[in-house]
Design a protein around this ligand. Sequence first.
Ligand SMILES: [Zn+2]
Length: 156
Amino acid sequence: MIRSDEFYMHRALDQAHLAAEMGEVPVGAVVVDADGRIIGEAGNAPVSSCDPSGHAEVRALRAAARQVGNYRLSGCTLFVTLEPCMMCVGAMIHARLRRLVYAAAEPRTGMVESKANLLAQPWFNHAIDVRGGVLAGQASKCLKAFFAARRNEADR
Ligand SMILES: [Zn+2]
């Protein structure tokens, strides 16, 4: 059963909250197949996994690809709570993702609307549909709370 973008974004937000509990910057992602099934979900974990590529999107794509036994995720949609970076946009193109839905914009490193619009470049051999701003308020609230708590700890 295919549910609303907001439904899946709530699941991605759950992953972001779990990441925050691990002390990671709270970003979460889920991959949904063409039938609306969640086939991969993950939170941001570069610090705890000692992995510079440990962003939520990459980890969710890895989980989904393992689940279906194929590195191509044609027909799938990735939901993520923050606008993706350069690396994650690249991974989505390699996965031949059909669609990307994200919540908050990321003014410093976002490569979909903020710093550049990589997905609009004509030189990629694959196009991905994009929708931004889904539950953006909730996603940025979660990020702001995380960084505010970290600043408070630093002040102590
Ligand atoms: Zn990334």
